[in-house]
Design a protein around this ligand. Structure first.
Ligand code: HEM
Length: 400
């Protein structure tokens, strides 16, 4: 199989088990050129070393307003594009650092530690609810009823969104995610995403105004305070873009950390937690592919790239790189020096890594403790996109 064929197979839905395709890629090298006109990327970068190096290399940028303008000159007419391009995830250089500095200042390790009792409380509430839903042996969808609700409620509390608004939020964010999914782009999808973005912008602007008047103990209040004290130059619309991205990046990934962890946990219930979570992050990482643009004509590990060409950065493959992880397809929480690259590297390194780890470390043992006889139920359904890898639904039965 050529690299083009492998990437086509991945894009065509080889996503429930992409690992044999990753192994094929590893045999071809650390980074390979793609030459097929039907593929949006000019190369894949997939070894551990190459992914780490590329994400730290400033000649590769995230897709920002500058690059978007080259393909979509009227992008500013679309609320969803304006919203995303106002965020750190879609910014480079000074603009990225300016927004990231504000969020790092208020979203600190200390704040994550302070969230821990809240995470335990929310988990206990959700397990009570699960017990009701699964009474008398009824099958329950673990993804919808637990794996999604936990990170969504946690980030909701962190930001200060009322619980009752969260399901509306999810529905709107899903419309935006549909558009972000490369295969679903189309005028209807963009129109729906635009409408959702306009609604979310209005919602957040109202909440920001409210917190400006009456601050609470939440992240939005702290962000507004830091900006109003003049320490950080970030506009309210940039706050909105970043809050959207934070909310979205938070639940849409952590849901799959919980989903992918459960079957592995049921096979080895006695595993020690932090090491188990790290190995899940390596073995079944929630997000497999990130995009970078070459900002100049360059060469990366022997692959020539022209300014503006896209590179697929496969963190999911890097975590199974046999050069970095011996016997990579074996799940082994006792691996020495286990440092998966699931949260990226360099300036865009995941802002929420500590929170995601804390959620999994605290909540997974509570699930098993509450339902020691929990077992998988009917057939699970896998996600059909590589970018987010996991289950759409994972039926479980709770046992007595
Ligand atoms: C297991 C769960 C998670 C995984 C696998 C994950 C993965 C990642 C990765 C790989 C990146 C870098 C993207 C790039 O370089 O293009 C990233 C960025 C980001 N993540 Fe996470 N993430 C997770 C959970 C979270 C949580 C819980 C939050 C928020 C509370 C969060 C917020 C963010 C933000 C805001 C960025 C953008 C940072 C920037 O551009 O400077 N993530 N995440």
């Amino acid at each position: 199989m050529t690299a083009n064929d492998i990437v086509r197979a991945l894009a065509a839905g080889g996503t429930a088990d992409p690992y044999p395709l990753y192994a094929d890629l590893h045999r071809l090298g650390e980074a390979v050129a793609l030459t097929a006109p039907d593929l949006p990327y000019a190369a894949t970068v997939h070894s551990y070393r190459a992914v780490d190096q590329l994400m730290r290399d400033t000649s590769f940028e995230v897709y920002d307003a500058f690059w978007l303008a080259s393909t979509t000159p009227d992008w500013q007419r679309h609320p969803v594009l304006v919203m995303l391009m106002n965020s750190m995830m879609f910014s480079n250089g000074d603009q990225h650092l300016r927004m990231r500095a504000l969020f790092r200042k208020v979203f600190t390790p200390r704040r994550v530690r302070r969230m821990e009792p809240e995470i335990v409380r929310i988990t206990a509430e959700l397990l009570d609810r699960l017990a009701e839903l699964g009474a008398d042996g009824a099958e329950v969808d673990y993804m919808a009823e637990f794996a999604y609700l936990l990170p969504a409620r946690v980030v909701g509390r962190l930001l200060g969104l009322p619980d009752e608004d969260i399901s509306w939020f999810r529905s709107q964010v899903d419309l935006i995610n549909d558009w972000l999914d490369f295969r679903r782009k189309g005028p209807d999808v963009l129109a729906a995403a635009d409408e959702a973005a306009a609604g979310i912008t209005e919602y957040y602007l109202d909440l920001i105004a409210l917190r400006r008047k009456e601050p609470q103990a939440d992240l939005i209040s702290d962000l507004v305070r830091a900006v109003d004290r003049g320490q950080h130059k970030v506009t309210d619309l940039e706050l909105v873009g970043n809050l959207l991205v934070l909310f979205n990046a938070s639940f849409s990934t952590t849901i799959h950390l919980f989903g992918n962890a459960l079957p592995l946990l049921l096979e080895r219930p006695a595993t020690q937690m932090p090491a188990f979570v790290e190995e899940v992050l390596r073995y079944e990482t929630p997000a497999h592919v990130f995009i970078r643009v070459a900002s100049t004509d360059t060469e990366f590990l022997g692959v020539p790239l022209k300014r503006g060409q896209l590179v697929a950065v496969l963190t999911g493959a890097a975590n199974r790189d046999p050069r970095r992880f011996p016997d990579p397809d074996r799940f082994d929480p006792s691996r020495p020096d286990n440092q998966p690259i699931s949260f990226g590297a360099g300036t865009h390194y995941c802002l929420g890594a500590a929170l995601a780890r804390a959620e999994a470390r605290l909540a997974l043992p509570m699930v098993l403790k509450r339902f020691p006889q929990l077992a998988l139920g009917g057939d699970p359904i896998h996600t059909d996109q590589l970018i987010l890898h996991g289950y759409k639904s994972l039926p479980i039965v709770l046992g007595r």
